[in-house]
Design a binder for this molecule. Structure first.
Ligand code: NAD
Ligand code: MG
Length: 390
């Protein structure tokens, strides 16, 4: 195994939780990776600092109003500065062999697709874009020869134990779920939980949006849809299993009764390392798993009554058409409103439910239809939020 030429890599969403974990691995393995482009939404100072540290060729800030601030921060450095949505796409188009797609939300769809269209290897953390446009993304990847490698810990685990040469011998995929910070809370206590409580995940340190999604278990629902697009299985072959320790990251069950699992400490640097160095393995500075210290691993069935978002997502996958797009858009709007303390925790699933019942189920045939449906769903969800705002 030779690492004489470093792999070139662009990170979309470099200033976020996944982006910074990726950069941590790059920092520790300077001979193996070379950064091409870094992007962020609004944190100019951190973006500029990282672009200088990693000697990037291009730094892109999503917020077009921050272009001059970025240019000033990079003055005198040989780093091209750019801003706005179009420039995010340019970053993905820059000539890097790997694109780490770590923007949060459907905002990541256009740039991720740009990487797919030029046949890059996509390390995919941004699950929302698969939820919105899974079929189209996979089709585009097949056309361009792009490789999509899952970064999400569950999907990365499945990728490690799924026998792609014998997919018909796979009986089911078992996605594990921590259950989030409220797994042990009674239903009547959930209505008063605060954003600060919701983002405090017991096992994982993540961005605010995915942390709230974990608390509602919408995250697991989005992951069911993500798994459906990434692996050759039917929707009814994907099962969710609550596992509060987050040690078993997911499993694949075969027709002979064998169940293969991938285990590890809950640290995103393990799945990120696997995605960016596949098919090789990269040394990752994560705490080694000590099962003797952990002692017990527990499992339970999901509770669809207390966590209706999980069922909503599974139904959206089954119903198809625009349902996953509406589900995702309404959820993004609702989570933002919850974080801004405009609606309560339980309102998140109500907003998603109302949006799903208000919008019909036509299937998107093109990317422009996906964007149109996403826009429409956001407008409807915002109107629902405005009605119930605290
Ligand atoms: P985060 O909020 O920490 O970071 C998001 C990044 O995207 C930031 O760099 C931000 O600047 C950028 N961004 C946000 N909105 C943007 C916009 N409109 N345009 C351009 N850039 C924008 O999020 P995260 O926790 O790192 O999650 C990123 C993605 O990875 C999400 O889709 C999440 O579901 C997925 N994921 C995260 C984890 C985790 O441990 N954090 C695990 C599995 C999957
Ligand atoms: Mg996950």
């Amino acid at each position: 195994m030779s690492f004489s030429t470093p792999k070139t890599i662009t990170i979309l969403g470099a200033t976020g939780s996944v982006g910074l974990s990726t950069l941590d691995l790059v920092r520790r393995n300077p001979d193996q990776f070379k950064i091409v482009a870094l992007t962020a939404n609004s944190n100019v100072q951190l973006l500029a600092k990282l672009a200088v540290e990693f000697d990037a060729e291009l730094a892109v800030i999503g917020d077009a109003n921050k272009f001059s601030e970025l240019k000033d921060a990079l003055a005198g450095k040989p780093i091209k500065a750019a801003a706005g949505e179009g420039a995010l796409v340019e970053a993905a188009q820059a000539d890097a062999s790997i694109v780490m797609a770590a923007i949060v939300g459907a905002a990541g769809l256009r740039p991720t697709l740009a990487g797919i269209r030029r046949g890059a290897t996509i390390a995919l953390a941004n699950k929302e874009c698969l939820v919105c446009a899974g079929e189209l993304m996979i089709e585009e990847a097949q056309n361009s020869g792009a490789t999509i490698l899952p970064v999400d810990s569950e999907h990365n685990a499945i990728f490690q134990v799924f026998d792609f040469n014998a997919d018909r011998s796979v009986e089911k995929i078992i996605l594990t779920a921590s259950g989030g910070p409220f797994w042990n809370k009674r239903s009547d206590c959930l209505k008063d939980v605060t954003p600060a409580e919701a983002v405090k995940h017991p096992n994982w340190d993540m961005g605010r949006k995915i942390s709230v999604d974990s608390a509602t278990m919408m995250n697991k629902g989005l992951e069911v849809i993500e798994a459906f697009h990434l692996f050759p299985v039917r929707a009814d072959q994907i099962e969710v299993l609550v596992h509060p320790q987050s040690v078993v990251h997911s499993m694949v069950q075969y027709i002979d009764g064998s169940v293969l699992a991938q285990l590890g400490s809950p640290d995103m640097r393990t799945p990120i390392a696997y995605a960016i160095s596949w098919p090789n393995r990269l040394n990752a500075p994560v705490e080694r798993l000590s099962l003797a210290d952990i002692g017990q691993l527990t499992f339970a069935k999901p509770d669809f009554d207390r966590f209706p978002c999980l069922q909503q997502a599974m139904d959206a996958l089954k119903n198809g058409g625009s349902a996953p797009i509406v589900l995702n858009a309404a959820n993004e709007v609702a989570v933002e409103a919850f974080l801004a303390e405009r609606i309560g925790f339980k309102d998140i699933s109500s907003v998603v439910h109302s949006a799903l019942t208000k919008l019909d189920m036509k299937a998107p045939h093109s990317l422009s239809m996906v964007f149109e449906m996403d826009r429409e769903a956001r407008a409807v969800a915002k109107a629902i939020v405005a009605k119930i705002s605290i």
